[in-house]
Design a binder for this molecule. Structure first.
Ligand SMILES: [Cu+2]
Length: 319
């Protein structure tokens, strides 16, 4: 879901999940951040098999790396929304937050924009104070997205607001989950990235590097964050495409306000490989992806990403 007010975006959506494996190893690199603490290889597994997020209920604060495995037959993502109050309960989500989004989308599908905006206007005021802490980009069925994000202590809602074939939000089908982030922190920091992408509403993606065959680690710097026409912010998705793909159809699909946008089925010829979901201005996230020979693009889940510099293509050559 997306945000509805001036300075907010809103996302609701998908879910499911999982658990967590913590392995510790001694840091041999004399990292100043971990002089006395062991470095953790801290991977949080998140799994979606249907319309859910199977994952831990609590996490440590600080840097966490997520492996989001999509074992369902639809594309999803997850986004971490930090709630403005720990007292926000399941009833607040189900009875107050989701219905305005459901009603608004239904009106948009019926071509009734005014009614849609009136419905979105009923989104509870606290939603304007939600902060985005990143997550994965869109990920195709059978694929795993790897992203690292930095979490502060508090109560979060993990969500996916892709839409089902009938146009209903995944969020309303169960793809959301409360997660508590503890004061206790991880002792982990992401590996050095191979490439840095700076993202802003003014310059789009600033990305000069040439990705290579194999594993590529990307650092995403959010220079700013603003609500776009769809009342949500910008992010980064990495997508492989083949000869049957029509990039214009993808650009159209990336706007959830279009009745067929962000909705199953995805445009043909594209394979979604993750990325970095919305973060607040000044924040940083990381993602990694294994690139095989082929054509790829980086694109934001916003209206008109091509006109905003938030669509970049690149080619990975074979050996
Ligand atoms: Cu979903």
């Amino acid at each position: 879901m997306k945000m509805i007010n001036k300075n907010h975006y809103l996302y609701l959506g998908c879910i499911l999940l999982v658990f967590l494996t913590i392995a510790c190893k001694t840091d041999k690199k004399q990292n100043t951040l971990t002089e006395t603490e062991p470095q953790e290889n801290h991977i949080i597994e998140v799994v979606t098999r249907g319309m859910d997020f199977q994952t831990a209920d609590t996490l440590k604060s600080g840097w966490n790396t997520f492996a989001y495995k999509n074992l369902s037959d639809e594309v999803h993502f997850f986004l971490m929304d930090k709630l403005p109050s720990d007292s926000i309960a399941e009833s607040d989500i189900k009875e107050d937050l989701l219905p305005p989004f459901d009603d608004g989308m239904k009106f948009l599908m019926e071509g009734k924009s005014d009614s849609a905006m009136a419905a979105f206007g009923k989104i509870p005021a606290w939603f304007n104070d939600v902060k985005r802490y990143g997550g994965t980009g869109l990920i195709s069925p059978g694929k795993t997205a790897i992203s690292s994000i930095h979490l502060k202590p508090g109560k979060y809602m993990m969500e996916c607001y892709v839409k089902a074939a009938n146009g209903e939000w995944h969020t309303s089908h169960g793809m959301w989950k409360f997660i508590t982030v503890l004061d206790e922190t991880t002792h982990f920091s992401p590996d050095e990235a191979n490439h840095t992408i700076s993202v802003s509403s003014t310059n789009g993606y600033v990305f000069e590097a040439q990705p290579k065959l194999g594993i590529n680690k990307f650092k995403v710097e959010f220079i700013d964050q603003v609500p776009h026409e769809h009342l949500s912010g910008h992010d980064v998705n990495v997508i492989k495409y083949d000869a049957s793909a029509n990039i214009d159809s993808l650009v159209h699909w990336m706007n959830w306000m279009n009745p067929t946008g962000l909705r199953t089925p995805t445009p043909k010829g594209f394979t979604f490989l993750g990325g970095m979901n919305n973060c607040e201005a000044g924040k940083t996230g990381y993602f990694e992806v294994v690139l095989e020979p082929g054509n790829y693009l980086l694109i934001s889940e916003t209206p008109k990403p091509d006109e905003k510099g938030m669509l970049k293509t690149f080619v990975i050559e074979g050996n």
